[in-house]
Ligand binder design. Structure first.
Ligand code: ADP
Ligand code: MG
Length: 751
């Protein structure tokens, strides 16, 4: 036993001792423990001190309210979560109940304790079911999401949510709320408290798979560019490996491609500042055409909208838009009406969001595979909790086929065979189109079934409830592959439990283990088989020529070789996701530093701090200096424009004899400043505070938006030529200085 395990077991012993005492308490006495604990925390004891007793109280409440007393392995898991480890507990071991103990203990502090999970369905389910326990014990609990994802919470309801002792929500909702909370205009509008403790359920999905795409909030519309159409067409005329190359989910123009682009757009230098926009649009079009695929990365809705898909959960990502014009580039590629391009006003990656919690922990059935990456990016260790009962699910060896036709045929035959016996069957495919295909084939066989994919997510709970009953066949995307708890109906155990049939290799083995994990929960019987073929999505990596030779031209290939190729493809795919996430972390580290400074300044301003008057004067003078330097040939008209835009509504004639425009402007500003001060009297400092806030926000929004675009543009340059990250960081630093410098001015709002 290693040191960590020893500590966990030592604490388990303590909890068990306390459990014996707590058993004797009446309901009333048990509830009263909450008050006692709160008081003791108040008097200086720590959550670590209280752990044994508080866990025992929670165990007893779990039993009295839900009829389930946490098993020893669950208590061990709960302790590990409190100690901020990432905890691997097998699928079906009961992580939902495990979380109640550390949530209760940390909820006692009155600080914000949050459980984040991978989707709305799970957040609402667990808030409702586990919520009963917290409420029984006198803590408040809220769900941060609604079943209908279109329904939005207003700021007041959000305040109620985040004021609760315990919040269940999704990573997306939490991230957006964090950004929105840092966009409010007054301190009364802030709805979030400082982060304290978080448990991330399905932690590998949240911390790894979702982490390559940052959250972005869009704001005011940008002037719509007219370059989408022409660059889209340009890109369709390019030839792979001649004009552009693809590698590792990146695409860039070759030297030949660059020459061609220059001729096509009649420009001298594609990489000069004036042509930044052309380059950016070419890059966007390249990515839309060669890196993003319909029904895999996004779907086009009947209303002509593009909605992104989360690959690991198979869900639509409502409200998520690709950044810096990527969305419009896809719309152009799909020949849809372009949506309004909006400026990004705030953005954060999940890596940085969760690193904001002083105490962060996570759990999942499949997290140890990502051990090294998690240690590197989040500085978190994984502990593995053993299963309570040995698993008796039968995981059959994968079946390999050359073509998808044979693959689907075999799956349907197996479904028919098992369905005849009454055994429930759950078919899990990676792609929506595959679920639709399977559904058609099942109809041909006269097998009644339900389909669960991103298009009918609303019925998720109902469909999942049925999935473990006799004779039921369910077809689903990876949506049903995580977190869902499928209960076996009467008589199903005798039939061998639930049968999970996986169709196609998934992007990584974790997702496959999750899919299998829908069967054989809590030591029940079950079976799982995966059907794979060379036409699986992961195999596109092998290249079209290769696949054509074997599939279209029917060349012979041994099963052994197929197996090797599929395994290799999956491995490459997984490794490329890892490297993509690492690069996203690297790129965001610049923004992270800037964001930290900005949000801190912002919060200080909201809380009433304000700039010293002399600093303000200094800033507007500096600003005038800069302006004059940039506009050497300033005529009277431009100067008056500057005054109207920045200093005053009305132009007053100043009796200034100076012919020097710089001095004139400075004196004008001094006068405007004095006037304003006199006019506002003791409200002047409040006024300055608001002006500073506005200036800060304007500058920051510009910076965020610029960084998004810069990243898009830079990623289109060949990696061989430059160190892109270095270039990005340098540019980002300069632009931060510029935007803050230019905007952290006292913009005397026109009066
Ligand atoms: P996981 O999230 O680990 O995959 P769940 O939390 O969904 O697993 O729980 C799986 C099933 O085990 C649920 O149906 C739950 O009610 C049941 N369960 C969990 N813990 C206990 C317990 N201590 N006693 C009885 N049943 C339990
Ligand atoms: Mg779970």
């Amino acid at each position: 036993m290693n040191k960590i395990d020893k500590r966990l077991h030592f604490l388990l012993g303590k909890v068990k001792e306390e459990c014996k005492k707590v058993k004797e308490l009446s309901d009333y006495e048990l509830k009263n423990k909450t008050l006692e604990f709160k008081e003791r925390l108040h008097n200086g004891e720590t959550t670590d001190d209280l752990l044994p007793e508080a866990f025992a109280v929670c165990c007893e409440a779990d039993y009295r309210v839900l009829g389930m007393f946490p098993y020893d392995v669950q208590i061990l898991g709960g302790i590990a979560l409190h100690l901020c480890y990432l905890c691997e507990m097998n699928t079906g071991e009961g992580k939902t109940l495990t979380a109640t103990m550390p949530m209760y203990l940390n909820g006692l502090t009155g600080k914000s304790s949050i459980l984040v999970t991978a989707n709305e369905y799970l957040a609402i389910r667990d808030a409702e079911e586990m919520g009963q326990v917290y409420k029984f014990l006198g803590l408040s609990v809220e769900a941060g999401v609604k079943r209908d994802t279109n329904e939005k919470l207003d700021n007041d309801s959000k305040k109620d949510v985040y004021n609760a002792d315990i919040v269940y929500t999704t990573h997306g909702a939490l991230g957006f709320d964090y950004l929105l909370n840092n966009l409010v205009q007054s301190k009364e509008d802030r709805f979030m408290r400082d982060f304290y403790y978080v448990i991330i359920d399905e932690a590998d999905s949240v911390l790894l798979d979702s982490a390559s795409m940052p959250l972005v909030i869009s704001g005011s519309p940008r002037v719509q560019s007219n370059l989408y159409g022409i660059t889209d067409f340009f890109v369709t005329t390019l030839v792979e490996d001649v004009h552009y190359e693809i590698e590792d989910k990146k695409v860039w123009l070759t030297n030949k491609g660059i020459e061609y682009a220059k001729r096509y757009f009649r420009i001298e230098n594609l990489y000069s500042k004036e042509n930044f926009d052309v380059l950016r649009h070419i890059v966007l079009a390249l990515r839309a055409h060669f890196l993003l695929e319909k029904d895999i990365d996004y779907v086009a809705t009947d209303e002509g909208e593009i909605v992104l898909l989360d690959k690991s959960t198979g869900r639509k990502m409502k409200g998520m838009k690709l950044r810096g014009g990527s969305h419009q580039a896809i719309e152009e590629k799909e020949h849809l009406k372009l949506s309004q391009e909006q400026r990004s006003v705030a953005s954060v990656t999940y890596q940085n969001l969760f690193n904001l919690f002083p105490k962060m922990s996570g759990m999942s059935g499949t997290i140890k595979d990502g051990k090294e990456e998690l240690l590197e990016v989040y500085n978190k260790r994984v502990v593995v909790i053993p299963p309570r009962k040995p698993m008796i699910r039968k995981d059959m060896p994968d079946k390999y086929f050359k073509t998808s036709e044979e693959q689907f045929d075999a799956v349907i035959q197996e479904t028919v065979r098992r369905h005849k016996t009454g055994q429930p069957v759950l078919l899990i495919a990676s792609l929506i189109s595959d679920t639709e295909m399977l559904s058609k084939l099942l109809v041909q066989e006269n097998i009644e079934h339900s389909v669960l994919n991103a298009n009918n997510a609303f019925w998720e709970a109902e469909i999942i409830k049925e999935a473990g009953q006799k004779n039921v066949v369910t077809v689903a995307t990876s949506m049903a592959g995580r977190g869902t708890d499928i209960h076996l109906g009467p008589g199903v155990k005798e039939l061998g439990g639930l049968c999970v049939l996986g169709i196609g290799r998934m992007s990584n083995t974790r997702d496959e283990r999750q899919a299998r994990g829908r069967a054989g929960r809590q030591g029940e019987p079950g079976v799982s088989i995966f059907y794979t073929s060379l036409e699986d999505d992961v195999c596109t990596i092998l290249g079209e020529d290769f696949l054509e030779k074997y599939i279209d031209k029917g060349r012979y290939i041994s099963k052994h070789r197929i197996k090797k190729l599929i395994n290799k493809s999956q491995k490459i795919k997984d490794e490329s996701s890892v490297s993509q996430r690492k690069s996203s972390v690297d790129y965001d580290s610049v923004m992270k530093r800037q964001r930290t400074i900005m949000y801190k300044t912002r919060n200080d301003l909201l809380d009433g701090k304000s700039l010293d008057e002399n600093v303000l004067i200094q800033i507007y003078k500096q600003n005038i200096d800069d302006y004059v330097k940039e506009n050497k040939k300033m005529d009277d008209k431009t100067m008056y424009r500057y005054i109207l835009d920045n200093l005053s509504y009305r132009l007053k004639e100043l009796s200034i004899s100076s012919a020097n425009k710089k001095d004139y402007l400075k004196q004008y500003a001094d006068m405007a400043f004095r006037d304003k001060k006199q006019l506002l009297g003791n409200r002047f400092s409040e006024y300055c505070r608001l002006c500073t806030l506005k200036a800060l926000d304007d500058g920051w929004i510009e910076e965020v938006d610029y960084l998004q675009q810069l990243q898009a543009a830079i990623s289109g340059r060949s990696t061989a030529q430059r160190n892109l990250l270095y270039e990005y960081q340098r540019e980002a630093r300069l632009s931060f200085l510029a935007s803050v410098h230019l905007h952290l001015v006292l913009r005397l709002v026109p009066f």
